[in-house]
Design a protein around this ligand. Structure first.
Ligand code: C2O
Ligand code: CU
Length: 537
């Protein structure tokens, strides 16, 4: 097995604390290993799973896009607060929307717009290490800057949260979300240029669920039987504060990846949740900076071959054509999955959500049978495949490592371009294109395009050395067949090393300036992000 393949598998299986520590050592050769809290030693399943509150509207306001009508209005403030992430830990200082992490879940109806005032009420100093050599985070910029992006939202460019549209403590931004899209789970998070990774680790994220009549007609588990599961990993210092590694170069503390030692669920380490022996709908979001998770539901807290089969009914941009049965879910940073898990065969017992290397949480299943009026439909929403023949052009876009302009070890670029180079991707409104990502690096990168939804066409391995010598793509095997849970609408896609990953996109919605980027936030903050412009027809 080559080192690239090995590195990839290691990345995919979520690092153990030991390998994370080794990674941290590589990332910071000059500083001595920091004192970290051994989160693996924390008592398991002593904290109840917390369900984020549902955001409450503060009334109606005139609709900015149609002054004759009114629109539901929310005000959500970003604040610093303290939270207990585990019973046996000191409170942790975090930043959160409405002082919670995850922030409140925003519930929207398809076709009913929302107006949200995002207020920055954070302190003026950051508590995580800013790298002033990164583009957009120079020393003349305020330390604390925020801008909110609704990930997966079909939002006009002025409300999309362009990374340079940041605002400082004491300021706010009012964004208009038309919600002209199908039922699905989106999420809102910070996107400030050059410090997105730090604002995310501090806690600025939350779920945004769009519902519609089609979803209502499916009779899926709802209310207490529909559970948000927001996953992210963090490392902590012994005093309970968030630990974020530094490079060892004081003038340039950026590190290339962040992997925490503990996976939190809705803000708790190793929580438990009491459920009934019936079907549940779990709305998963991976909002980690860099970790991919291979998730399963196991009858044992330890690794077991007896994983419980479950059904995935939706991906980032809505329902799959039909439930996809599986016992393993791979979820990269920024990806979401809508699952139906049936606990009825495990009455009186437990089920554990785990990755390959660690247990994440426990479900305690009640012994008494309860009525389950919900259903698991045999078909969901049709997802007509976009014919490749409708694409007006194919763009070949590389993902590759380069020497940084400032001599820093490395920088990963999209198609060899830095953030501030002229815009090269200018699709025409309502046209269809194929974007073909050539991954020349050792990592999987989750690639996200703002505003649009797309379909994954295929992933196909190619010969990297031939490409590097000649610039020619020589495939080394057939395209991998897509799994059933990748046949739906997506907005973030895993681009594996040494593959060409192709997506097909119709640029519907708005004209204007957006971004596309890697959703490993350390990469995004260091040039692995590009503007793109949708031009008028
Ligand atoms: Cu979830 Cu541009 O990001
Ligand atoms: Cu990346």
């Amino acid at each position: 097995m080559g080192t690239t393949r090995r590195r990839f598998l290691q990345q995919m299986s979520w690092l153990t604390a030991a390998t994370a520590a080794r990674g941290a050592h590589i990332m910071q050769p000059a500083s001595k290993p920091p004192q970290l809290l051994d989160t693996r030693a924390l008592a398991h399943f002593v904290d109840q799973l917390q369900i984020p509150t549902i955001a409450k509207s503060a009334g109606m306001r005139p609709n900015p896009s149609n002054p004759d009508s009114q629109v539901l209005y929310h005000r959500i403030a970003m604040r610093q607060f303290q939270a207990k992430v585990h019973r046996d830990m000191q409170p942790t200082a975090l930043w959160g929307y409405n002082a919670s992490c995850p922030g409140p879940t925003i519930e929207a109806r398809s076709g009913q717009p929302l107006l949200i005032e995002w207020a920055n009420e954070l302190p003026r100093e950051h508590f995580l290490p800013i790298d002033h050599t990164l583009h957009g985070a120079e020393g003349d910029k305020p330390q604390v800057r925020t801008v909110v992006h609704l990930h997966g939202g079909r939002t006009g460019p002025e409300s999309d949260g362009y990374p340079e549209d940041w605002f400082v403590p004491g300021q706010s931004a009012i964004c208009y979300y038309p919600n002209q899209q199908e039922a699905t789970s989106l999420f809102y998070h910070d996107h400030a240029m050059g410090i997105t990774r730090l604002n995310a680790v501090a806690g600025l994220m939350g779920l945004y669920l769009i519902r519609d009549e089609f979803e209502d007609s499916l009779n899926l588990p709802k209310a207490d039987y529909e559970i948000p599961v927001v996953l992210f990993d963090r490392s902590f210092r012994p005093d309970g504060q968030i630990y974020y590694p530094v490079s060892g170069k004081p003038e340039s503390p950026w590190v290339s990846e962040y992997y925490g030692s503990a996976i939190l669920v809705n803000g708790k380490i190793f929580p438990y949740h009491e459920v009934e022996p019936r079907r549940y709908r779990l709305r998963l979001l991976n909002s980690s900076n860099g970790s991919f998770y291979r998730l399963s539901f196991s009858p044992e807290a330890t690794v077991s071959s007896e994983a419980l089969p479950f059904h995935q009914i939706g991906s980032e941009q809505g329902f799959l054509p039909a439930p996809a049965e599986t016992s393993l879910l791979i979820l990269g940073p920024g990806e979401r999955a809508d699952l139906i898990v049936d606990f009825s065969s495990r009455a009186g017992k437990e089920i554990f959500l785990r990755t390959d290397v660690t247990v994440v949480m426990q479900f305690r299943i009640g012994a008494n049978k309860t009525a389950d009026p919900s259903s698991l439909p045999s078909t969901l929403r049709p997802v007509p495949r976009i014919p490749e023949s409708t694409a007006v052009r194919t763009r070949e876009l590389t993902l590759a490592d380069y020497q940084n302009r400032l001599g820093r070890s490395s920088v990963m670029l999209l198609n060899g371009a830095h953030w501030d180079m002229p815009v090269t991707e200018k699709p025409v409104l309502n046209s269809t294109e194929i974007w073909s990502f050539l991954n020349l690096t050792d990592d999987s990168h989750p690639i996200h395009l703002h505003m649009v939804r797309f379909q994954l066409l295929d992933r196909r391995p190619f010969d990297l050395s031939v490409y590097q010598l000649t610039g020619k793509i020589v495939f080394t095997g057939p395209a991998e067949s897509l799994s059933a849970n990748e046949l739906g609408w997506k907005d973030t896609v895993r681009v594996d090393p040494m593959t060409v990953t192709r997506i097909i996109v119709k640029f519907e919605g708005f004209t204007g300036r957006y971004v596309w980027h890697c959703h490993m936030l350390e990469h995004e903050d260091n040039e692995m992000m590009r503007p793109y412009v949708i031009t008028p027809e």
